[in-house]
Design a protein around this ligand. Structure first.
Ligand SMILES: [Zn+2]
Length: 108
């Protein structure tokens, strides 16, 4: 092959399908955000994957605090219920339960 050296320098592996290819103008479909891919099909696949990832990154999962939670925790702890079982019920840390109890003493 007359152009072997040239090919060795420029040959790249497609990040989508893993195929080796020689980047040429028609291969550089991306806008600089991603590595060049071997074909239009792989470009569409790269874009699809990128878009599929976005909602996961943005998703913000946070449980709302049930109304009256802190009062309930303080009342039940004063009645002898364990911090661990309350922490499990409200899906918070035992440290948070202790903090809630401490907050009640500050109020008094
Ligand atoms: Zn490809």
């Amino acid at each position: 092959m007359a152009h072997k050296t040239y090919h060795n320098i420029w040959e790249m592996t497609c990040p989508i399908c893993g195929k080796n290819f020689i980047p040429a103008a028609e291969h550089i479909y991306d806008n600089g955000e991603t590595a060049p891919v071997c074909s239009w099909t792989c470009h569409l696949e790269a874009r699809r994957r990128k878009e599929a990832v976005k909602p996961k990154q943005r998703r913000f999962r946070s449980k709302p605090i049930p109304p009256g939670r802190d009062e309930d925790i303080r009342k039940r702890v004063s009645e002898g219920e364990s911090i661990v079982s309350l922490a499990e019920e409200y899906e918070i840390s035992t440290e948070r339960v202790k903090q809630i109890i401490r907050e009640s003493t500050w109020e008094k």
